[in-house]
Write a protein of this length. Structure first.
Length: 110
């Protein structure tokens, strides 16, 4: 497996976690707006954990995806600073691999 494939797979896994957070309601424009650092953004998402076992398991996948995005240099403090919408965070992913804009993002939530 080439390095490029590994990076793309990691990017997709991170974006999957982000998209799952949007679908479950733990990531919304209000979560993004004003969260100018990764630590604040992650804490806001973590605070949205549901009470059911299913919601808690989904939340773990969301947080794992966010952590991968941070480790991969996508969800950095510099990149998150000043963002106010879910769409603006998604744009950070597509900036890494423009193929996501027409393929992978199309299957994600609006």
């Amino acid at each position: 497996m080439s390095v490029a494939v590994d990076i793309t797979d990691s990017l997709k896994t991170s974006l999957s976690g982000f998209n799952q957070g949007v679908l479950t309601g733990s990531i919304a424009d209000a979560t993004v707006s004003g969260a100018n650092t990764f630590a604040v953004f992650r804490a806001r998402v973590a605070a949205a954990t549901g009470l059911t076992t299913e919601a808690a398991q989904a939340q773990q996948a969301v947080l794992r995806g966010l952590d991968m995005g941070f480790a991969g240099g996508i969800l950095t403090n510099t990149n998150l600073n000043g963002l106010t919408t879910v769409a603006s965070v998604r744009a950070l992913f597509t900036a890494q691999d423009t193929r996501l804009a027409t393929t992978y993002l199309a299957s994600g939530p609006a």
